[in-house]
Design a protein around this ligand. Sequence first.
Ligand SMILES: [Zn+2]
Length: 199
Amino acid sequence: MLVLDVLLNFSKAYLPAQIGGMMDAPLLIISVIDPFEVDEAHNLDVASFYPLAFYEKTLEQADPKIVSKIIDVIEHRLGTPAQFEGYSFTHMTYDINEGNLKSAYIDLGTMANKLAGQLLLADKIKAVDSKEVAKKVLTTHFIRDISGNLKAFTGQKFRCKKCNAKYRRIPILGKCYKMWRRNPSYSSQKRNPKIFRRS
Ligand SMILES: [Zn+2]
């Protein structure tokens, strides 16, 4: 029934005009799935355990492309009956919904705690350079967020609460030009210093 939904409730007229609008649209329907064409899944490992040689290769920091040859991945099974069956796994579970219901990200609360937790973890993991982590946080999040916030702050518009006139920024006059022009003795500032609201 879900498959038929594509035929019943879909029209190209529904597609968004923006770039990427066609990205997930069901424009092509394949009735027979050929594992050879599902290349996203070719790297999926279906081994029940990893061989000792794999762990030895990790010590040499070997290229994953070389190591994947000794792991049971779907790619090796293509064209054989095993491409459809006998997939295994390394860790047993009784319920696919099992796992953390609440991530540490929520438990940690404040951003400072989250960051401290991330750096503490980075320090503990041998493969991670905690200085690089700190640098990435600063350059990809912190500085970008601050500049984004500043841009939003300086770009915000203001509106007069009384006559709804809109201004790109608070008038230097400190009061609404429109109302001041009508009556120069009018001072909105004296009566209500908060007359301008962000809009
Ligand atoms: Zn006004």
